[in-house]
Design a protein around this ligand. Structure first.
Ligand SMILES: [Zn+2]
Length: 356
């Protein structure tokens, strides 16, 4: 039952594919003429990109590598999310905070290169909200496809997969604090200089922090952005996930569609260096260089900070359960959330684990 079903469709036209989907009674999320996702039932998903040539089922692209990948998600009995690099045939890669190898810059990566998978955060958030806590994710490339740059399409695909909403609750018992300066200290010299210069050029100060405190309501994420760019400025958003259906629906309606963002010039810079090749105006909000406008239309004026709720939730999901506590993030980032989890789990007096 955990088989990737390849769908050969005669002629290869979009209409033919739709007819085949209907014929086989498959559930599909049709993104546009080129991007389709099939839900084969039993939790087997297939991301497709229609290529020009006929008879082929293809894939979506990752944002940095721009390489096409196929991903198959198979729910399992064991508690936990694991990646498997189908192209390398290496060992399973646990999607856990202590296996995060590079969260310093723009995304979260798990595993040791080359047996690693990057940009897992939006997928992790979507799995969490969909209540999928145990699965093996086979992927034949180094990066999770970016889809629309948010968590919305992943969640759409996971409809029909049912699991218990959580296998483990991690109750925060003491305050944990991480400052941006700690992140910088932990980085190798070159990376530190790079980040300091990067922040300095963007007018950011190194006064960011993340604080975790006990909170019985569930996972409470309070994020604040403070950017010199006029279009972002100061934005704050709070999301509470208490484990109910309505909390999940709140996420789906108000947060899941928020896209990642980047500066247009940065994007061009990355592209020249062979990164961000999968980025386009549909999956990244492109900020102009003056910082007073975007090249594409925003879904909400505070889409920037809403996206950070996705990132934080996805990174918290690497705890291997549901964090019950309040996380307050000011000018946060992937590295900060990761260090927060490392500090939390460094002392058993900081938390209680309740298996559910
Ligand atoms: Zn993100």
């Amino acid at each position: 039952m955990n088989v990737l079903v390849r769908l050969d469709f005669p002629g290869g036209s979009f209409a033919d594919l739709l007819a085949e989907i209907e014929h086989q009674h498959l559930v599909a999320a049709v993104h546009d003429e080129f991007h389709v996702v099939l839900n084969h039932g039993d939790g087997v998903l297939q991301f497709l990109e229609l290529a020009d040539e006929p008879h082929h089922v293809l894939r979506l692209v990752g944002i940095h590598s721009g390489a096409p990948v196929t991903m198959v998600i198979t729910p399992t009995e064991n508690c936990g999310i694991f990646f498997h690099r189908a192209d390398l045939g290496g060992s399973l890669i646990p999607a856990t905070f202590d296996n995060v190898t590079n969260a310093a810059l723009r995304n979260t990566t798990v595993g040791e290169f080359p047996n690693s998978v990057s940009t897992i955060e939006h997928l992790m958030a979507a799995l969490f909200i969909a209540g999928i806590n145990s699965a093996v994710i086979e992927i034949d490339g180094p990066e999770v496809p970016i889809l629309d740059g948010s968590a919305a399409e992943f969640i759409q695909l996971f409809k029909g997969i049912t699991q218990k909403s959580s296998c483990r609750r991690i109750i925060v018992k003491r305050e944990i604090l991480v400052k941006k300066s700690e992140i910088l200290r932990k980085l190798p010299f070159i990376k530190r200089v790079f980040l300091i210069v990067h922040d300095w050029l963007l007018g950011r100060r190194n006064n960011g922090y993340a604080r975790l405190t006990p909170d019985a309501r569930g996972t409470v994420i309070n994020a604040t952005f403070d950017y010199p760019d006029k279009i972002i400025g100061r934005q704050a958003y709070e999301y509470i996930y208490g484990g109910t259906r309505s909390a999940a629906n709140d996420f789906i309606k108000n947060i899941a569609g928020a896209r990642t963002f980047g500066r247009f010039s940065e994007w061009e810079y990355l592209k020249k260096r062979g990164m961000a090749r999968g980025a386009n105006e549909n999956n990244v909000i492109a900020l102009n260089d003056k910082g007073d406008g975007t090249l594409n239309k925003l879904k909400w004026p505070d889409e920037f900070v809403r996206h950070q709720i996705i990132d934080v939730l996805g990174d918290l999901a690497t705890s291997g359960g549901q964090i019950v506590g309040r996380i307050e993030v000011y000018k946060g980032g992937h590295a900060m959330t990761n260090l927060l989890l490392r500090k939390l789990f460094s002392n058993p007096n900081n938390y209680d684990i309740v298996d559910v």
